[in-house]
Design a binder for this molecule. Structure first.
Ligand code: 13P
Ligand code: ZN
Length: 270
């Protein structure tokens, strides 16, 4: 059996948590990541029949039965993941229709998966139904996106249009736009269901006055999505209080669509 601390999925997860912390997106225990893994890649490092303990999830996710996830722990600090991955991360397999998470590695000292596990698992199921390649769900608290939800209206079309207008390449990176949820109580099945519903039409879902969710086929893509939206929000927060002299017009956004072979979300451009 190979050393799991050298598994590419573990090394990349640790690097990403560290990088997100360095970006200021994950203060204290803020943020969480889940990564859907194949049984074959897990089995190179772990005896998949050796269950350390069962952890109830409090929801059902039949579409994810027998699926493996590397996931960040609740209350754990992203800045510390690099120093003790086994304490701050866990590798689980869902069973009993998603009602139980079988712990195979990690969460040493009695830890468990993130309190946002419902939003993560329900979002995985939602993304997989529209994109079988989806592997990652990532949540964090980037300051400018969060700030924007205090001063911008929260309609998804209007919020998306503003982000697209802030940097030319936004429409290329997230042509489907972002979906915006109003403030909701975090850590609940209800916010999980609402997030998953929004994940049906976009890989980015903003949680007003809280943070953002991203989904993608790998950590780079998902990180890059959030990074691009956050950069656009940063520009908005720099200029929102100033007289606007120029913008990117819908005509120009259509030119970007043509040049890069992407299609902006139906109805989001005039
Ligand atoms: P966890 O520590 O449970 O992952 O919670 C962090 C967070 O960002 C809640 O929304
Ligand atoms: Zn959060």
């Amino acid at each position: 059996m190979k050393n799991i601390l050298e598994a590419p999925f573990l090394v990349e997860m640790v690097r990403t948590c560290t990088n997100m912390y360095q970006h200021g997106w994950d203060e204290r225990n803020g943020g969480n990541i889940s990564w859907l893994l194949d049984e074959a890649e897990v089995a190179e490092y772990l005896d998949v029949n050796a269950v350390l303990r069962d952890i109830p999830t409090g929801f059902e996710a039949p579409a994810l039965e027998e699926k493996y996830f590397l996931v960040t722990g609740t209350g754990k600090y992203f800045k510390n993941v690099q120093y003790d991955p086994a304490h701050n991360l866990g590798l689980i397999r869902l069973s009993e229709g998603g009602k139980t998470a079988q712990l195979l590695w990690g969460f040493t000292g009695g830890g468990k998966f993130t309190s946002e596990f419902p939003a993560h698992m329900m979002s995985h199921a939602a993304r997989l139904s529209v994109d079988p390649e989806n592997r990652i769900v990532m949540h964090c608290h980037p300051a400018n996106l969060l700030a924007m939800t205090y001063v911008h209206d929260l309609d998804s079309r209007s919020f998306t249009r503003t982000l697209w207008q802030m940097c030319s390449e936004c429409v290329v990176v997230f042509p489907e736009g972002v979906n915006v949820l109003p403030w909701m109580l975090c850590g609940t099945n209800e916010i999980g269901q609402a997030t998953a519903e929004q994940m049906g039409t976009a890989r980015l879902v903003v949680w007003s006055q809280h943070g953002i969710y991203g989904a993608g086929k790998d950590l780079d893509e998902t990180f890059g999505l959030i990074e691009t939206a956050e950069k656009a929000a940063e520009i908005y927060m720099k200029i929102a209080h100033l007289p606007l002299k120029n913008t990117i017009t819908d005509e120009q956004l259509h030119l970007m669509e043509e040049r890069f072979g992407v299609k902006a979300r139906e109805g989001f451009l005039d």
